[in-house]
Design a protein around this ligand. Structure first.
Ligand code: SAM
Length: 347
């Protein structure tokens, strides 16, 4: 089968196997793939881009992830924790500036107990109709259950890589099997679930990326964060090369044609690696973008990887800047919460 025929088959059947995905990923000519991904994005998600406010509220982490600057062995990082009411205050500022979703992200920091996170969720829900996405890592089933009852809408927990051996090597504190168990719990609790993975982790092959995409399909995720790996100088992977952004665009595009209704953000790691490809991502399947809204003094310290694009800019100014950018792309700014797109909500 030609590449074009393979792409058409995936578009039509929403099915693919590893060999077909590898074949598309290996092909240098991306014109047809990108064109189809853009058409599918338009058909199922429309022209709206969803803006999400992210509050990175703590950089303490109990984990040893070999690629991440927050890992507990990185003694060069100055630590911070935002107060509970300070987190709520910044969620309110985001809401007043037009954001309808707030993503609460941190390292795995058990200082924020079940009750503390419950307090934050309940207080934010008093502000107005704002969706809450939690991204706080692996916790007890009872924690996830309580937070869902408190009103949390979504949970983001990336599977990082679908290669079990590589996953277990990169995460000595946990295991791939555990990760899948947590993702299943979140589905069971009826969160809108986000997963995702990094592109070009050392040891990763094109087959691995094919498995990553197929795992998103199998997990039936509502959103997927897919971005290039960015080496951090204070981690074990400091000498590895950054991920290829063109490969990232291909992976985004295949994810779009296979999963159709999934929310796909342009990730910060893509912006950091090649800012020009942020724009391209919106033409290869992406429909979401996140902006950091916590104070600059904390943004600087949430150093998963070095980010030279960080600016000391207020929530309002940044919102105006991103709205202008979206208009420049010829796309619309969504005025909805941007919940999971289902068969009944998409065209
Ligand atoms: N602790 C939570 C968790 O594990 O889900 C959320 C915080 S974690 C720092 C957020 C994401 O950052 C991870 O899922 C990972 O994909 C990404 N990340 C960490 N280090 C990275 C790196 N060096 N390059 C690209 N992405 C990275």
């Amino acid at each position: 089968m030609s590449i074009k025929a393979t792409i058409d088959k995936i578009v039509e059947t929403s099915k693919a196997d590893i060999n077909e995905i590898v074949e598309i990923l290996s092909c240098d000519n991306t014109d047809y793939l990108f064109k189809k991904a853009n058409e599918i994005r338009k058909k199922y998600c429309g022209d709206e881009i969803h803006l999400r406010a992210i509050i990175e509220f703590s950089n303490y982490c109990r984990c040893d992830c070999l690629y991440c600057g927050l890992n507990r062995k990185n003694s060069f990082l100055s630590k911070y924790r935002m107060e509970l009411d300070e987190i709520v205050e910044y969620a309110e500022k985001a809401y007043k500036n037009g954001y309808k979703t707030v993503v609460l992200q941190s390292g795995e920091d058990l200082w924020y107990t079940r009750d503390k996170i419950s307090y934050i969720i309940r207080k934010i829900k008093e502000i107005g109709d704002i969706a809450i996405t939690l991204s706080v890592g692996e916790r007890d089933y009872e924690d996830y259950k309580q937070w869902r009852l408190d009103g949390a809408d979504r949970f983001l927990l990336k599977h990082e890589t679908a290669d079990e051996k590589l996953y277990n090597y990169l995460h000595p504190h946990s295991s791939f099997k555990n990760r899948l168990k947590y993702l299943k719990w979140l589905k069971e609790l009826e969160y809108q679930v986000g997963s995702g993975f990094m592109i070009d982790l050392p040891g990763q092959k094109l087959e691995t990326l094919a498995k990553d995409i197929l795992l998103l399909k199998e997990l039936d995720v509502d959103m997927a964060g897919i971005g290039p790996f960015v080496p951090h100088p204070k981690t074990e992977l400091r000498n590895s090369l950054p991920g290829d952004t063109n490969l990232t665009l291909k992976v985004l595009a295949i994810t779009r044609i296979l999963l159709k209704r999934v929310h796909l953000p342009t990730t910060t790691s893509l912006e950091v690696t090649n800012i020009k490809d942020r724009k391209n991502a919106f033409y290869t399947g992406a429909n979401v973008i996140m902006r950091k809204v916590q104070p600059y003094k904390y943004r600087k310290l949430y150093e998963i990887y070095p980010n030279p694009n960080l600016k000391d800019i207020g929530i309002k100014e940044e919102r105006i800047e991103i709205e202008n950018y979206i208009k420049m792309l010829g796309r619309k700014i969504s005025d909805t919460r941007g919940d999971a797109i289902t068969k009944s909500t998409s065209s």
